[in-house]
Design a protein around this ligand. Structure first.
Ligand SMILES: NC(=O)C1=CN([C@@H]2O[C@H](COP(=O)(O)OP(=O)(O)OC[C@H]3O[C@@H](n4cnc5c(N)ncnc54)[C@H](O)[C@@H]3O)[C@@H](O)[C@H]2O)C=CC1
Ligand SMILES: CC(=O)[C@H](N)C(=O)O
Length: 371
């Protein structure tokens, strides 16, 4: 291939890739944001309160879900567990206990003592850190899931185990990836998540365990991420406020699916509250919107015009991102249990700035662009 042809091919591919994200987003209908964004949770809370135990609850997703459940059903409905100390000043954390998910009898003890009926299993090693410590990833992600499912079987619990876009691989169709398709991931994280999906489905069909699983895209929240490939989409906001610039470890044209935190929490509580008879499967895709680093940078510039981005590619994370879907088809979840995300990219940028500014006491306000 001549140099000119190869440059043209790269540019064409780049345009196609970006077009894939833009076309996917333009076809999606987001619910208009309600005046009260918590109204959707109030509707679900008409049902009787579950007794929930969250593992890995001090990670990126656990604290947010704990707050949502407590908002819906009061302080006593969630038992938070993890193996790390509660960060100082974390006033949202209560009813917290040490629980190592590699210790089955400790899980069982907590379930019995607290009268738990629902296990939400968030403990895991994410994609980037998993590659750095494969034996530990196997322990936490595979042995942990085995232990959780066994306890769910013995005590007849409902159990939620999240999966991820990482459960797909380079041979999976990358645009609008359906619920049922090729799953040949190339990371230990992905391999362990396919195992969790399959084992959960097996426990459901063999033992009747009420296993439920959602494949999340990258989640954007105002809590620090735990070592994944999509983490840049959070770090970019911290850097914008602290330094006005971000150095991204992914190529500017890397399209990945993402979802804002509140939509993620809503998907979990809504899916767990859904009547089992409405579920055609136990593992569903859910997603928000897709973008590239250069597109999120452009969205940030709408509120912070001087924001700058440059690129220092991390080959490991880039290879992982290149093996993942660019967008997910979540029509099954929409059809079967009424899934409907509310946040698109611009709303996510607005809320992330608002939340992080509140955290930093408003000292690093973005300049609002004049219309
Ligand atoms: N954050 C994201 O973008 C996405 C997350 N997910 C899944 O959602 C779940 C939660 O993710 P995050 O909160 O982001 O992860 P995280 O890495 O922020 O938190 C995981 C937690 O697991 C705990 N943990 C590790 N070893 C443990 C052990 N032996 N016993 C008990 N706890 C242990 C850690 O201390 C940590 O607090 C994971 O299963 C992850 O695969 C799926 C797709 C996207
Ligand atoms: C998409 C995920 O599962 C996670 N955020 C990761 O990047 O590892």
């Amino acid at each position: 291939m001549s140099k000119m042809t190869s440059t043209r091919t790269i540019l064409r591919n780049k345009r196609l890739v970006s077009a894939a994200g833009a076309e996917f987003n333009s076809k999606r209908n987001y619910s208009p944001l309600p005046v009260d964004p918590l109204a959707r949770f109030k509707k679900i809370s008409q049902q009787s309160a579950p007794k929930v135990l969250i593992t890995g609850s001090l990670g990126q997703l656990g604290r947010g879900l704990n707050s949502v459940y407590k908002y819906m059903y009061g302080n006593e409905c969630v038992t938070m567990t993890d193996i790390v100390k509660v960060p100082s000043g974390a006033t949202d954390v209560n009813n917290y206990h040490y629980l190592d998910i590699l210790n089955t009898s400790a899980i069982e003890e907590a379930v019995v003592n607290k009268g738990i009926d629902t296990l939400i299993h968030f403990s895991a090693l994410l994609s980037a850190v998993g590659e750095q410590n494969v034996p530990l990833a196997l322990q936490v992600n595979c042995r942990g899931v085995e232990n959780i499912l066994e306890v769910a079987r013995r005590h007849k619990l409902k159990v939620f185990i999240p999966s991820t876009i990482g459960a797909f691989g380079p041979t999976t169709p990358r645009d609008n990836t359906p619920d049922l398709t090729i799953q040949v991931p190339t990371t230990i994280y992905g391999v362990s998540k396919v195992y969790a999906e399959r084992l959960g489905e097996y426990y459901n069909s063999k033992f009747g365990v009420d296993f439920r699983c959602l494949r999340f895209p990258g989640i954007i929240s105002a809590t620090k991420p735990g070592g994944g490939t999509t983490d840049y989409a959070i770090q970019i906001f911290y850097d914008a406020l602290e330094k006005g610039r971000h150095t991204c470890y992914l190529r500017p044209d890397t399209v990945l699916p993402m979802m804002y935190d509140t939509d993620c929490m809503a998907s979990v509580v809504q899916f767990l509250a859904a009547d089992a008879s409405s579920l055609a499967r136990r593992t569903y895709n859910v997603t928000g919107f897709s973008f590239t680093p250069e597109e999120i940078a452009a969205a940030i510039r709408k509120v912070m015009p001087a924001f700058e981005i440059d690129y220092k590619i991390c080959p490991i994370r880039q290879a992982i991102a290149d093996s993942w879907p660019r967008s997910l088809d979540d029509s099954g979840a929409r059809q079967d249990w009424g899934w409907n995300p509310e946040y698109a990219l611009d709303e996510t940028v607005q809320i992330m700035f608002a939340l992080l500014q509140r955290e930093t006491g408003g000292t690093t306000a973005p300049k609002v662009a004049s219309a």
